[in-house]
Design a protein around this ligand. Sequence first.
Ligand code: SF4
Length: 391
Amino acid sequence: MNKMKTYIPTQEDPAGIYVHIPFCIKKCSYCDFFSITDLSYTDNFIRALIQEMSMIRKDSLQFDTLYIGGGTPSLLDVRPVNQIIGAAHQFFEMLPDTEITMEINPGTANLDRLKGYQDAGVNRINVGVQSFQLENLKFLGRLHSSKDAERVIKHAQQAGFMNIGLDLIYGIPGQTPKAWLNDLKTATDLGPDHLACYMLTYEAGTPLARNLQTGRFRPMPEGLSADLFETTISFLNDAGYVHYEISNFARSTSNEFEPKRSRHNQKYWSFVPYLGLGPSAHSFIEPIRWWNYRSVKNYIQELEAGRLPLEDREVLTSEQRMLEAIYLGLRQADGININGFHRRFGVHFTDIFEKTIADLKKRRFITMTRNRCALTRKGMLFLDSIASMFV
Ligand code: SF4
């Protein structure tokens, strides 16, 4: 049993900043993140982004994460990345040990560029590998090869990055358990500090979802994708990775604060405030969530006119926040913090959900300790339906 003390984020933690770079060379067939393939907007976008930073500054908050995601941030040269990080330091109170992550797509960044990002202050990179099998990469509409992925990870190591994460996707039609195990083995052999393994989902409006609807392929049977989920956990646990969120694994370290977890992503799951900058980005300071236009043109136009590119906002009711706290808590291996729940909502989790808890415990979907309610491995397979039982 792992007795290591773990760092658990709280709402009082410093806030995070997410920057959305809305450019890709080509859209992948499964992706519903906002991005455009017209890179001619890049310079105007960077100017607008820095303008947004200067306008939104939150003097009441301190920040200890900056996450440059997208889109494909690694399409940017070193100079704009330098400008973004410089502006973050100029307009926000960034703490000295800030985690600065950048998403990297294989095939878009060479050794020199990676070194440049590091000199600019990036200290964590996350590589969108998705698969090491060519036929899967083609199915997903990815532009790179598995060799590109291996090369960029090795270059990142040569550049001196000490915190490298990889993203993989499983549940791809035709993928066999053996092929998935090969992907996991290839990934762990590269020695990343963090692995995110996502089950393929068919998001409405994507080419992949349309092709599924028109019967151009058959999805992986549910039973098999559930098996692959279990295989993933067993394999990565044996390889020394801690399963800390439904899709996320961090290399275990002897440091009690486990720096190899994604500090930034943990903020999303723990109601810590975050600012989202760039088109389509969402921000959250409890109880308000707001988001920007999902259009590069509108985004730039608004900022050029001296207005924040705000599309809309919502004030979450106590009930909505309670549901989110349950859903997000159950996603994490540490589960729902029962005392924290009481402090936030003024109600006892174990009292108001007594029956649901008893039912789920009996069916071995959850485990309860004095201060935690967490899903079992079996329960994780049914996260959505279990979370809806708390409505
Ligand atoms: S998956 Fe990544 S690279 Fe592909 S379209 Fe989406 S944001 Fe762009």
